[in-house]
Every structure is written in structure tokens, then in C-alpha cells.
Design a protein around this ligand. Structure first.
Ligand code: ZN
Length: 273
């Protein structure tokens, strides 16, 4: 990118948004999106959440080193929501820079690529937690998942949810949205930008009644008392009351409840010829 990268940015106390924009084209229009990583700093330890896309790793590495040298606790943990490249493709570089780190989440198969680091891979399930000192990262239910073994993370320090692909949407570079949180990007049409990712990354959501998933998402947000959402691809959400109703409408609009109804109807009532 030949524009100045507005990241890193602290989006909640001790939660730093890392990465850089990626330009993509969809139906003739240019969109920006993120393959973000987040640095979570406790009193005793720091954690990287997602590694970012390999193309962003030089920027993420620089952002991390700058943040970590500014009197913050050492990086001890990496949590990845799932094993796709934009989320975990920087794993080798993380091991190279921070060889004492332990890696948490679905770590199956990583020992094949990194046998020398096999003792640093820790499998995680819903309910497991990692103590950073004064705050914990807890593995929580991945309501809208990409892979079967996806996990979401929840930070108890800033009540921040890391939903991976769960809230995936682009932003408009030409409107100056780069580096803004969702509430600052006032011209962002969430229904439009959620559609780009639904078709590209979460195709199952386009053939599903998404009301079921959105209800479950809202129940999870209430149960955990989430105050900030830090999605890997979307702009962070810092005012849930303002933004989540738009996300709800966007996710439901992309789903297709009629498809399921038609399918069931066809099974139950075969055509009479
Ligand atoms: Zn951008």
C-alpha cells in the first residue's frame, strides 16, 4: 500500500489492532479488508491473536516490536482462531522471532510443519483459559465458524471478543475508513460489505437461515458482557448497541431461509406427475 498505514491502534485497554489493508475486487468494485492480528497485553505476559496474512507479516512484526519494547510484558502466547492462511500463515515467522512462545487453539498438524516446535503446541477447547496477569483469554463457542475446529477468544480484561471470521466485512478506502472502528466509518454499508465476505469466505451463510446464528451470537455477547469486538477481517466494533443491529440485518440479508423451506417442502411433498 502506498498510503500511510494507520495501524497499530489501541481499540480497548491493552488490545492493539495490527496489520495493513488488502485491496480486493468484487463485482467490479474495489474493497479494502483486513487480515488483522491483535496484541493483548496483561500485567505479566502478552499474547498475539492471529498471525495475520504472510504479506502483512513485515508490518505486523514491526508493529509488535515497537509495542513490546515500550515497557510492555514479553510475548509468551499465540492464539489462532483457525488454521487458514490469513489467520495462521505467519506461524513460521512468529516461531523464528519468538522461539519460546507457546501456540494455542486447534494446533493439529502443525507438528508436521514445525517438528522442532512440537512441544510448544497446546490444543485448546471451549472453556480453556490463559492467564496473562490481570486478564485472561478464554476460548469460547465459535457461533459463526469457518472451519469445524474454529475457536473464538474472549479477553476478560477489556471484555473484548475475537470472533475470527465471525464478523467479516470490507471497508471503503475512498471514504477514509482504513484504521477506523465501525462506528467512525459512518458511510459504511454493512449489508453491502458483509455480502462480499459471505460470498468469498463463508459461502454456507448464503444458503442458511442466519437468524438462528445471529440469535445465538447475540446470546453469547450478552452472556459474556462483550464491550468490544475485534474481528480479523472487519473493522472493530466498540459500540455494540449502535453497530450490532446493522450487523444483524446484514447477516440475515445474506442468508436464505426460503432455500431451506423449499428443500424441506420438496422432500415432504414430491411433485405429482
Ligand atoms: Zn483500507
Amino acid at each position: 500500500m502506498d498510503i500511510e498505514n494507520p495501524l497499530p491502534r489501541e481499540i480497548a485497554r491493552g488490545v492493539f489492532w495490527l496489520g495493513d489493508c488488502l485491496e480486493q475486487f468484487h463485482k467490479g468494485k474495489s474493497y479494502h479488508s483486513y487480515n488483522a492480528a491483535f496484541l493483548l497485553c496483561g500485567d505479566d505476559a502478552s499474547m498475539l491473536i492471529e498471525t495475520g496474512h504472510p504479506k502483512d507479516f513485515p508490518a505486523i512484526e514491526r508493529q509488535m516490536i515497537e509495542l513490546l519494547t515500550a515497557d510492555r510484558p514479553p510475548l509468551k502466547y499465540l492464539f489462532v482462531t483457525h488454521q487458514e492462511t490469513p489467520h495462521s500463515g505467519g506461524l513460521g515467522r512468529v516461531f523464528q522471532n519468538w522461539p519460546d512462545i507457546t501456540v494455542h487453539g486447534d494446533v493439529a498438524d502443525y507438528h508436521l510443519a514445525f517438528p522442532q516446535h512440537a512441544d510448544r503446541l497446546v490444543s485448546m477447547e471451549v472453556g480453556d483459559e490463559i492467564d496473562l496477569g490481570g486478564r485472561k483469554l478464554v476460548a469460547v463457542e465459535p457461533v459463526i465458524r469457518d472451519l469445524r475446529t474454529t475457536l473464538w477468544g474472549f479477553d476478560t480484561g477489556a471484555n473484548c471478543l475475537f470472533p475470527g471470521d465471525g464478523l467479516a466485512y470490507s471497508h471503503y478506502h475512498q471514504d477514509g475508513h482504513c484504521g477506523l472502528v465501525a462506528e467512525e466509518a459512518t458511510s459504511l454499508d454493512l449489508e453491502d460489505v458483509l455480502a462480499v465476505f459471505a460470498e468469498r469466505a463463508l459461502y454456507w451463510t448464503t444458503t442458511t437461515d442466519m437468524r438462528i446464528y445471529v440469535d445465538q451470537l447475540e446470546a453469547l455477547l450478552d452472556e459474556l458482557g462483550v464491550e468490544t469486538i475485534a474481528p480479523t477481517h472487519g473493522l472493530p466494533v466498540t459500540d455494540l448497541a449502535l453497530t450490532m443491529p446493522k450487523v444483524r440485518d446484514g447477516l440475515i440479508a445474506e442468508g436464505d431461509p426460503e432455500l431451506s423451506v423449499r428443500h424441506i417442502s420438496n422432500v415432504d411433498q414430491p411433485e405429482v406427475t
